[in-house]
Design a protein. Structure first.
Length: 476
């Protein structure tokens, strides 16, 4: 095996653009997801090292000493961070000209040719589902024989090898959590709605939903949900319990862990989590039947992360969400009856958005009243249907996707409509947050939560300071 470094490079301060983050921007409250998509190939390459710079507050000078010790560097990149990641690759190559440098991620999966032409410091791109592609590179195999690889040959020409077949037996993948324990400081990873410290990992890949804005299913994971067996998932949880006893919550980060094709497995994992005595959370679509919700709650489920997106049914139809607001209302009420907390996510600026639909979504959020919310701006990432729609309809100039964040990593409104400007969409975010959180009932709900423990008190106070700073910056 080549001496291999897996790297999430330094970027904007507080930028959560890591390989586990769907929301590639600085958040209202500083949060960091685990770099699971980097950790997975790292688990396949013996003797490798994983460095996740942003949550560990590492700068280039902290990473540079590793360049002389490595033979191969694998960089995760995203559309917002690509320019700075290229500069990192060039700086590493300048320190060690013999270093092989490759890139992975949704950005390079859909633009392998442009990625390689961006800089001679980039030797290859591993497209789509890249775990075993990277393993083959680390084993020193001939680039011309590695499926899923795009590379530059001896004459400088870009070559795209045949696609690699998607992995069918997900139990073939090694656990990622031993890599977390070995290379990461888990206390540096925190999410406002999860207990701290937490651990997140995937129990499957792909998502059957066809949401037009969602990046990973359209670029890397695909639309078939391929899963690890319940026994395999629970074995990793057992490993966490035995080797990382400080972990207070486990988050199953599959795009839609509760996919309706998968409910018997969901219930089997839930029962196993109950037997292990573990608190857990997961991503869910707002259509899980009451029976399954009850099994989940009875066996340790604490919270669901739910993508509501909009309170307007026509917008949900436009984005192919496969959901109606009446179904979402019933699901949310079921969760409330069972005592399941919800972190609800919403998106402003999707196709069909107007001032009236923004108002409808704010009122919908107040009505269903999830415990906490995240409000994002529609982000047309290259490779998504939303990006093509936006370019074809003139809502976005083709090269404007690089402007998804500003120079501080804060998300910008990229899409503009004839009847609704990007400035109006941008400022509707702070209006949404204020009208949701600055209600007496919601303030009292948060205060009661703060009174449950000193840890929760200090945590919510810190987050409150960060949130007010965000609102002030957003108003500017």
């Amino acid at each position: 095996m080549m001496k291999t470094l897996f790297l999430q490079a330094p970027s904007f301060d507080g930028f959560d653009g890591g390989a586990g983050a769907r929301y590639q921007a600085r958040r209202e409250i500083q949060s960091f997801w685990y770099p699971t998509w980097l950790a997975q190939p790292a688990a396949l390459v013996a003797g490798s090292t994983l460095i996740d710079a942003p949550p560990h507050r590492l700068k280039f000078q902290d990473i540079a000493p590793h360049a002389a010790k490595q033979e191969l560097v694998v960089l995760h990149t995203s559309t917002p961070s690509f320019s700075s990641d290229v500069r990192t690759a060039e700086a590493l190559k300048a320190l060690n000209p013999n270093l092989k440098i490759g890139m992975i991620g949704a950005k390079v999966a859909v633009e392998p040719d442009a990625t390689l032409k961006a800089s001679n410091a980039i030797d290859f791109v591993a497209r789509n589902e890249f775990d075993f592609t990277i393993r083959d590179v680390a084993e020193g195999r001939d680039f011309g024989r590695i499926a899923g690889l795009s590379w530059r040959n001896g004459e400088g020409a870009v070559v795209h090898n045949e696609d690699r077949a998607v992995l069918e037996n997900m139990d073939e993948l090694p656990f990622v959590t031993p890599v977390y324990k070995r290379d990461l400081v888990i206390e540096n990873y925190f999410i406002g709605y999860l207990k701290h410290p937490y651990v997140s990992f995937y129990t499957g890949r792909g998502c059957r939903s066809k949401c037009t804005f969602c990046l990973w299913p359209q670029t890397v994971g695909g639309h078939r949900y391929r899963v690890r067996s319940a026994e395999n998932v629970l074995a990793e949880v057992r490993w966490i319990k035995e080797n990382m006893p400080e972990v207070k919550e486990i988050m199953f980060d599959d795009d839609t862990f509760t996919d309706t094709s998968n409910l018997p497995r969901v219930e089997a994992i839930a029962r196993g989590m109950g037997e292990l005595g573990m608190t857990w959370s997961c991503n869910a679509k707002a259509n899980v039947p009451y029976k399954t919700l009850k099994v989940m709650k009875d066996h340790g489920l604490r919270l669901l992360l739910v993508g509501y997106e909009s309170g307007d049914d026509q917008i949900l139809l436009n984005i192919k969400k496969g959901l109606r607001t009446d179904i979402a209302r019933r699901f949310t009420e079921d969760c409330r009856k069972l005592g399941i907390m919800i972190h609800g996510t919403f998106i402003l600026g999707l196709p069909g958005e107007t001032k009236e639909t923004i108002e409808s979504t704010i009122e919908f959020a107040k009505e269903i009243n999830p415990h906490t919310i995240q409000v994002s701006l529609a982000a047309p990432y290259p490779g998504t249907t939303l990006y093509k729609q936006a370019v074809d309809n003139g809502w976005l100039q083709e090269n404007d996707a690089v402007n998804l964040v500003n120079d501080k990593g804060v998300q910008l409104a990229a899409i503009s409509y004839p009847h609704l400007s990007k400035e109006e969409i941008f400022h509707s975010m702070e209006v949404f947050y204020k009208r949701f959180y600055f209600r007496p009932s919601k303030i009292w709900e948060i205060v009661k939560e703060m009174l449950t423990s000193w840890d929760m008190m200090t945590r919510r106070l810190r987050e409150g300071v960060e949130f007010f700073r965000f609102l002030r910056a957003h108003e500017a």
